[in-house]
Design a protein around this ligand. Structure first.
Ligand SMILES: [Zn+2]
Length: 330
């Protein structure tokens, strides 16, 4: 695994900022790494369907290569038994990266959901815990301005809970990116308002979520930290169950926080007839269900979608308590 230089990337795209450089990196990897080339080519023919829920939609993508992630065994024993695929020494020779600050490296995700899909691990093998990386999340969101940056908690879709990483997908691909302006205008409750930061609650969207908007990095980081501390601690894991998504538009951070009740719905564990192999992470919570099995892609119904989101999202009462607490934040 080597770092790729700006002059190497010049052949594959523009290089004037980190965001376009990352696009060039994916192009470079598609041209020089067989696995990436083949999987990005398959992505072009991938089947997609959409369910209409009046003021929003849920998309489904049939993506067999994602079986590794959706069906990943993230139990402690199996994690300890495997070589970590995000550690430098275990990464394939062909996987090149762009260093980001002193701590991170930007990589092309070889099993894409997005036409440009990045994985951004720390250089060190340290656990997936967001608390100490809020600032990194905001910096990355600002610096990758053509991307949406994603964080999956260790119990909420991260396939390597033992090695800290973000993902990023090229913008204007996820339903929520389309829907956020109208959600904020018509379907949200503003629960916290300061001149520098606003927090909105979205109640009526199959899943509960909070939106934080701000152009002040430090105040946003503090508020986000305070909100995360209000979430119920996980019974089994090291941090409250959550996913995060962020994008930076016209100088303003838009951060989506999705508190979770559980990692996988009962459909995941059901017998064959009822089974739907889906493992909701930030992408799914943003309205795009990744289905690695063809039979699930054909049989999934609106009722299944209701049931899946209902189980993995926090409930009305918990969300009400949380929003009341946020209203009293100073
Ligand atoms: Zn590792």
């Amino acid at each position: 695994m080597t770092n790729v230089s700006i002059s190497d990337l010049r052949k594959y795209g523009k290089t004037y900022n980190l965001s376009v450089l990352s696009v060039a990196l994916v192009n470079h990897q598609k041209a020089n790494w067989k696995l990436a080339s083949s999987n990005y080519r398959s992505l072009k023919q991938i089947r997609k369907t959409s369910f209409d829920f009046d003021h929003f939609r849920i998309d489904c993508q049939f993506n067999p290569e994602r079986i590794r992630s959706s069906a990943a065994d993230t139990g402690i024993q199996s994690i300890q038994a495997r070589p970590c695929f995000l550690c430098n020494e275990n990464r394939p020779e062909e996987q090149n990266g762009i260093p980001y600050g002193d701590e991170f490296i930007i990589l092309c995700n070889p099993y894409p959901i997005f036409p440009y899909h990045l994985t951004i691990p720390t250089l060190k093998h340290i656990p997936q815990l967001i608390e100490d990386h809020i600032q990194d999340f905001l910096h990355l969101t600002r610096d990758l301005q053509d991307f949406t940056v994603l964080y999956n908690g260790p119990e909420c879709g991260a396939s390597a809970p033992d090695h800290f990483h973000f993902q990023a997908g090229i913008r204007d691909f996820l339903p929520i990116e389309d829907e956020l302006p109208s959600l904020l205008a018509d379907k949200s409750e503003r629960i916290f308002f300061r001149p520098e930061v606003e927090v909105y609650a979205i109640h009526d969207y199959l899943r509960k979520m909070l939106i934080l908007k701000s152009d002040e990095e430090k105040i946003l980081a503090d508020t986000l930290k305070k909100v995360i501390r209000l979430l119920e601690p996980s019974q089994s894991g090291p941090e409250p169950m959550l996913n995060l998504l962020g994008y930076f538009k016209s100088g303003v951070w838009h951060i989506v926080l999705i508190p979770r009740r559980t990692g996988r719905p009962s459909e995941y564990y059901a017998d064959e007839f009822e089974k739907i192999l889906v493992s909701p992470a930030a992408v799914e919570m943003a309205g795009l269900l990744i289905l690695p099995r063809e039979e699930d892609f054909f049989k999934i119904s609106k009722e299944n979608i209701h049931s899946i989101y209902h189980q993995v999202s926090i409930g009305n009462d918990e969300f009400h308590t949380l929003t009341e607490q946020i209203k009293t934040l100073t």
